[in-house]
Design a protein around this ligand. Structure first.
Ligand code: GRF
Length: 216
C-alpha cells in the first residue's frame, strides 16, 4: 500500500509510520513526504529513510506575492497552491494520504481531485471529535481543565477523514486521555504525543483495511 505523508514540523508521527513500515507493516510503502516548511525536521527523517521528499510552500512561492493584500487574489493563490499539491501527490499514485502534523487547511481544490480518484485523506488531531478544532488543541483543553470547564477532565486524540471543515471529518479511531490533577501542560503534551505515535499507526492501518475492503 502506497501512502504520501504531509508534514510541517518535527515529524515524530512520520517517524512512527517509517518505523512501522520496517517492522509491523511491511506492506506499507511511504512514496513521498511533502512539507510546507523548509526547516521541518521531518524532511531529514524522510531523507534518512531514503524516502523522496518535496518542499511545497505557499507564502515564499509564486502563490502569494509578498505584500499582496487583496483577499480575492489571496484566495486564488490558496486554491492554486492546493490544486498543485494534488497534482504532486497524485503523480506518485498513492492509495492514501496521511496528514501528520500538516499545519495547513486543505482546500477543495486539493480534496476534490483526490476524492474523484478514491484516494482518502486522513488527519491526526490531538482532541476528541467536535472539540478544540484547529491549532493549540492540547493547550486549549488543558486551560479548560485548569479552569474547571472540561467535562470529565478528559481530552483525547483522533484520526479522522479530512473534509473541508477543519478537524470535522468522520473519525476512524478515537482515544480518550484523562488529564491528571497537578499535571503540567508540557507533561500532558508529552503524554499525548507518545500516544499519538501509536494512534497514527493504528489509524493508518484501519484506513488501509477499509480501502482494501472497498476494492474487493
Ligand atoms: C501532533 O501533535 C499532531 O497531532 C498535530 O501536530 C503535531 C505533529 O507532531 N496535528 P509531529 O510533527 O508529528 O512530531
Amino acid at each position: 500500500t502506497k501512502i504520501t505523508i504531509l508534514i510541517s514540523g518535527n515529524g515524530s508521527n512520520l517517524q512512527a509510520l517509517i518505523d512501522a513500515s520496517t517492522t509491523t507493516m511491511p506492506h506499507l510503502k511511504i512514496v513521498r513526504v511533502i512539507s510546507n516548511r523548509k526547516q521541518a525536521f521531518g524532511i531529514s527523517r524522510a531523507e534518512k529513510a531514503s524516502i523522496p521528499t518535496l518542499y511545497h510552500n505557499l507564502v515564499a512561492g509564486k502563490y502569494l506575492p509578498a505584500g499582496e493584500k487583496d483577499p480575492a487574489i489571496q484566495q486564488q493563490g490558496r486554491q492554486k497552491y492546493d490544486a498543485d499539491l494534488a497534482d504532486f501527490v497524485m503523480a506518485d499514485g498513492p492509495d492514501l494520504v496521511v496528514c501528520a502534523g500538516w499545519m495547513h487547511i486543505l482546500a477543495p481544490s486539493f480534496l476534490e481531485p483526490l476524492s474523484a480518484k478514491k484516494v482518502p485523506v486522513i488527519n491526526l488531531h490531538p482532541a476528541l471529535p467536535g472539540m478544540y478544532d484547529g491549532v493549540n488543541a492540547i493547550e486549549r483543553a488543558y486551560n479548560d481543565f485548569r479552569d474547571g470547564k472540561l467535562e470529565k477532565d478528559r481530552t483525547g486524540i483522533m484520526i479522522h477523514y479530512v473534509i473541508s471543515e477543519v478537524d470535522r471529518g468522520t473519525p476512524i479511531l478515537v482515544r480518550e486521555i484523562q488529564i491528571q490533577k497537578g499535571e503540567m501542560l508540557d507533561e500532558l503534551t508529552e503524554r499525548i504525543h507518545e500516544e499519538e505515535h501509536q494512534i497514527i499507526v493504528e489509524g493508518t492501518a484501519l484506513a488501509i483495511i477499509k480501502i482494501w475492503e472497498e476494492r474487493q
